[in-house]
Ligand binder design. Sequence first.
Ligand code: GCV
Length: 651
Amino acid sequence: MRQLLITLFLVLTHTATAEDGSRLWHRFEGAGTASIQGVKCLAARELQSNWKGGPIVLQRNGGLHREGYHIATSKGIIRISASTDIGLLYGAYHLLRLQQSGNAHQALNITERPAFARRILNHWDNPDGTIERGYSGHSIFWENASTEVIRQYARANASVGINGTVLNNVNAKPEALSRETLKQVKTIADILRPYGIRVYLSVNFASPMRLGRLSTADPRDKNVIRWWQEKVKEIYRQVPDFGGFLVKANSEGEPGPCDYGRSHAEGANMLARALKPYHGIVMWRTFVYSANDDDRAKQAYKEFMPLDGKFLDNVILQIKNGPIDFQPREPYSPLFTGLKSTPMMAELQITQEYLGAANHLAFLAPMWTEFFSLVKPQSLRAIAGVANVGNNQNWCGHHFAQANWYAFGRLAWNPTLTPETIAREWLGQTFSTNHDFLSTMTDLMVQSHETVVNYMMPLGLHHLFALGHHYGPQPWYAAPGTRPDWTPPYYHRADAQGLGFNRTRKGSDAVSQYPQPLADRYDNILTCPDSYLTWFHHVPWDHQMKSGRTFWDELCHKYSAGVDGARKMLTVWDGMESHVDADRFADVQHKLRIQVRDAEWWRDACLLYFQTFSHRPIPQDMDHPVHDLNEMMQFRLDITNYENPTCGYSR
Ligand code: GCV
């Protein structure tokens, strides 16, 4: 009974018509009115229900890419052609997107195909329903899963071209491969399949021991090899189009091949051989670091470059966008330009682990297009995004966090889209097509990421977060006994001379992992971009910046600009009331107020703390801190509930 009630609740919360954000960007009002002819498929049904324009014909065209489509208007009829049902579905969603964003009136002649073959969400969902770094309730897959909610999830993904999903946390429990779990995996796969989405699983490398009761998980052991072959066979019996495995090995305490003196390549290849007969792949993560190295930023490169060319062709190395860990801004991971003979995929983080969780408005398309401006999409085989989806009414915890799910899908389909285009499309479908609303809010969204970087960690600063929750600032945190690379001073290195990690040739030499001319550019303090300055340099407090200010003054101005930017977002939103329904208006306003307060908290904590090293005054022409350092250092950052707006402020 309880199960039934919970399921009913979940369905209702995700399908209600109240303005709670549950409809995402699919806010089709009223029934479809058009004549839809041709191929009978899901695309036809979607158009039948929602398209309000002229007649449409769906037709086959075997010459098009498997997932591509062509849309053309001729004599008042729109024709969508594709070689598969999925191509037709993507074409239908393209048309509906044009309709919802007010752009369906002109004659159409559109040909599309995706840039990446695999466009995958990674869910860090645990079997008990909790989500690691999730800020939007519990998992929609595990514990009280609802078929209708999963179907709506599939539809949302398909509408932006996402075609794969890893259902469980990379910190994987061996039980992810139990018979019981695989039954649920089959159920989910059956719901997702009509939407062109394949399922993948994260696996624990020690599963043969913990689940299969073997005495080892050594990838050279015959019994281990057989165990994986049998397990893979069992999976494909249930899910014939299963995508493959995602593996976090020998990272943050997870088991892996190095436990047996074997390399990452040996471990990955053993799994890849088991998957090969079924066309499955292994996505092997490069997120590795140890406490003993002089510079965490260099470690993945050092460990994986010697293995270049040693992986089988159905292994893809999954590399986080930056060399450390999804910081608000990082230079790209040098593995992307270093590896020459190994398939690679980028891992982006949609969930805002380091960007204000579900409390801050931070549109991430600008960060991701910045990444694509340096890492050529053609060099990548696939793309993954760590999902921000949970069972909260609005799916993502913040109405504007939905835009990051949307943007990930759109960029995975076409990484040359601009943040402006994506923001405008999303706003038009989600809120209003009013011209003033669209132009004002597009600007706000596009600037929001820089605003957050400014009030959290400008000028290349990184990892100033409190240990554990990664929400608020604790640049001073260095409790005795804590691993140095888990404390902020390891990264900022503040002292009487200046601030920042010296990664130049005279320092840790991380710059040399980049190709020329970038290595030289980053190595020289005069040519290094301001945005990466303290990432690569220990910058003297009086260093002359390009702006003419000293470094200390520039730092103060950046923090101040961040707070001003957050305040401006709130003011701009306040002016949008007439364009937005009352519920979502109030929700967003409430979150923006938290964001302003958090921005002040970041500015004050960081500047007051760094001032104890710089011994320089905060410039007169900017707002001065409203807190006092001792007071800030006593705040208890007890964030167990990210929806609690007082988080970070309790003593
Ligand atoms: C899933 C960071 C996060 C962890 C995460 C890890 C990873 O360290 O804080 O929660 O674990 O990255 O990406 O594996």
